[in-house]
Design a protein around this ligand. Structure first.
Ligand code: KE4
Length: 429
C-alpha cells in the first residue's frame, strides 16, 4: 500500500534531515511512514503509490479552494514567462498590497515576506522597535513560526515532539518571551503587572490552530485588547492560519477584534511562499526604509508568489459565498462525526469555527494547551492511521487543526464520516 513512499523515505533520509523539509510532515507523532505525494487536484491528494486521499490538510491552510485551482495555475504559468524574480519593485506588489488593505481591517500599510515565520518575526521586531521594550507575551501551544523568540512552549511540531526547550535558543532570547495559558486573562494581567513597562507585544493566534483548533473564550481577546490599550502594548494577531480563511477580513472581521499588527501566511500566497505583516501606519512607518526597524527579503513580493496570492485573494473577496459554503461543509462534517463518536462511547470533543475543526479524544473541554495535551492522543494516532487506510488524510498530529477546502463535496464528507464510523468500529473491535 505504501511501498514507494517507504522507498522514497529511506532515500530521503540520506540527504534531508529526518527525510523531510518540515518536521510535522514526518509522521513522527503518529508513527509509520510519511506518504510522499505525486500530485493533488481539488480535494484529493495522490501519493506515489497511486492511493487517493480526501485532503484535510490543504497544505496546512493555503489550498482553501482546493489543489491546482485553475485560475492560480494559469496565472503562474503566464507570469513565469515574464521572469520569476526581479529584485526590483513591480506594480503587481502595489496591487497585492492594495487588495490586502481593502480586505484586512486595521491594516494601513503591509509588507510582504516569504513565510509566516518571517511575518511574525518581523512584527515582533517592529513592536520592540516601536515601543523600545524587550519582552513579548505568547501563549502556550501557540505557534508563530520557528524564530527563536517563539520557540518557548510553542505549538505545532514543537508540541507534537514535546520539545520543552529548543536547543540553540539562547537564555538571552528566551528570557524575553513570557508565556501564559490561552484563555487565561488573569495570567496575562499578572505577567504584565510583574513586568510593568517592559512588554512590547502580546501575540496570539485569535483562533488557535497549533494545538488542534481551540476557540477564544468569550471576552478573552477583548480583554487582551484592553490590556494592550491600557499598557501601551502592541496587540499582534497572528492570522497566518485564520487570515482570509475565517472571513475575507480574517479573525478581525469574524470576531470583531481590532489588532495593532496582523501577520499573514498560507492562504495569502495561494500555495506559493508568501507571508505578510501589516497594521496601523503609526507603527508600520517604523519599518525600513521609512524607519529604522530593519527588515528585508530577496524574494519578498516575488512576482510568481504575488500573482498566485492575488488571484486567490481576489476570488475570495469577490465570492463571499465561499465562506458560507466552507462553513456549511465544516458543520456538516462536525455533525456527522459527532453522530459517529456519540455512538462509540469513548469521550471526545469537537472544536470548530468556520472551516477550522479538530477532534480531541478528551472527557473535558479542550480550551488550552494543558487540556489539549491531556487528551487521549495515543487513540488519535490509531484513529489517524485507520482513517488514512480508508483514504482520508488528516493532519498527522493531535496538535493541529484540520483545514477544509471548498472543493470538498458532500460525497467526500460522507465518505469521511463513514470512514470514521468504520475506524471506530475497528478500534472497538
Ligand atoms: P510558516 O513559517 O510555516 O509559513 O508559518 C509559521 C506559522 C505562523 N503562525 C501560525 C499560526 C502558523 O500556523 C504557522 C505555521 N503552521 C504550521 C502548521 N501548524 C506549518 C506547518 C509546518 O510547520 O510544516
Amino acid at each position: 500500500m505504501y511501498t514507494k513512499s517507504k522507498e522514497l523515505f529511506e532515500r530521503a533520509q540520506k540527504t534531508i534531515p529526518g527525510g523531510v523539509n518540515s518536521p510535522v510532515r514526518a509522521f513522527r507523532s503518529v508513527g509509520g511512514t510519511p506518504l510522499f505525494m505525486k500530485k493533488a487536484a481539488g480535494a484529493y491528494l495522490y501519493d506515489v503509490d497511486g492511493n487517493r486521499y480526501v485532503d484535510y490538510i490543504a497544505s496546512w491552510g493555503p489550498m482553501i479552494l482546493g489543489h491546482a485551482w485553475a485560475p492560480v495555475v494559469k496565472a503562474i504559468q503566464e507570469y513565469a514567462t515574464y521572469s520569476t524574480s526581479y529584485g526590483a519593485p513591480t506594480e503587481l506588489e502595489i496591487e497585492m498590497a492594495e487588495l490586502i488593505v481593502s480586505m484586512a481591517p486595521n491594516v494601513d500599510l503591509v509588507r510582504m515576506v516569504s513565510s509566516g515565520t518571517e511575518a511574525c518575526m518581523s512584527a515582533i521586531r517592529l513592536a520592540r522597535g516601536y515601543t523600545g521594550r524587550n519582552k513579548i507575551i505568547k501563549f502556550e501551544g501557540h505557534y508563530h513560526g520557528h524564530a527563536d523568540s517563539f520557540l518557548v512552549k510553542a505549538g505545532s511540531g514543537v508540541a507534537t515532539f514535546n520539545i520543552q526547550t529548543v536547543p540553540g535558543v539562547t537564555p538571552g532570547v528566551s528570557q524575553d518571551t513570557l508565556t501564559a495559558a490561552y484563555n487565561d486573562l488573569d495570567g496575562v494581567k499578572k505577567l504584565v503587572a510583574e513586568h510593568a513597562g517592559q512588554v512590547a507585544a502580546i501575540i496570539v493566534e485569535p483562533v488557535a490552530g497549533n494545538m488542534g483548533c481551540i476557540l477564544p473564550q468569550a471576552g478573552f481577546l477583548e480583554g487582551l485588547r484592553e490590556i494592550c490599550d491600557a499598557e501601551g502594548i502592541v496587540f499582534i494577531l497572528d492570522e497566518v492560519m485564520t487570515g482570509f480563511r475565517l472571513a475575507p477580513g480574517g479573525a478581525q472581521e469574524r470576531l470583531g477584534i481590532r489588532a495593532d499588527l496582523s501577520t499573514y501566511g498560507k492562504v495569502i500566497g495561494g500555495g506559493m511562499p508568501v507571508g505578510a505583516f501589516g497594521g496601523r501606519k503609526e507603527i508600520m512607518q517604523h519599518i525600513s526604509p521609512l524607519g529604522n526597524v530593519y527588515q528585508a527579503g530577496t524574494l519578498s513580493g516575488n512576482p510568481i508568489a504575488m500573482i498566485a496570492g492575488y488571484t486567490m485573494l481576489t476570488h475570495l473577496k469577490d465570492t463571499p459565498s465561499v465562506y458560507t459554503e466552507l462553513e456549511e461543509k465544516t458543520i456538516y462534517l462536525r455533525d456527522g462525526l459527532d453522530n459517529v463518536f456519540r455512538q462509540w462511547g469513548q469521550p471526545y470533543r469537537i472544536n470548530q469555527l468556520g472551516s477550522m475543526i479538530s477532534v480531541h479524544f478528551s472527557d473535558h473541554a479542550v480550551t488550552d494547551f494543558a487540556t489539549a495535551s491531556s487528551a487521549n492522543n495515543e487513540l488519535f494516532k490509531l484513529f489517524f492511521h485507520s482513517m488514512l487506510r480508508r483514504g482520508i488524510y488528516l493532519p498527522p498530529s493531535a496538535f493541529e487543526s484540520w483545514f477544509l477546502n471548498n472543493a470538498l463535496t458532500t460525497a467526500d464528507l460522507d465518505a469521511t464520516i463513514k470512514a470514521a464510523a468504520e475506524s471506530l468500529a475497528e478500534l472497538n473491535g
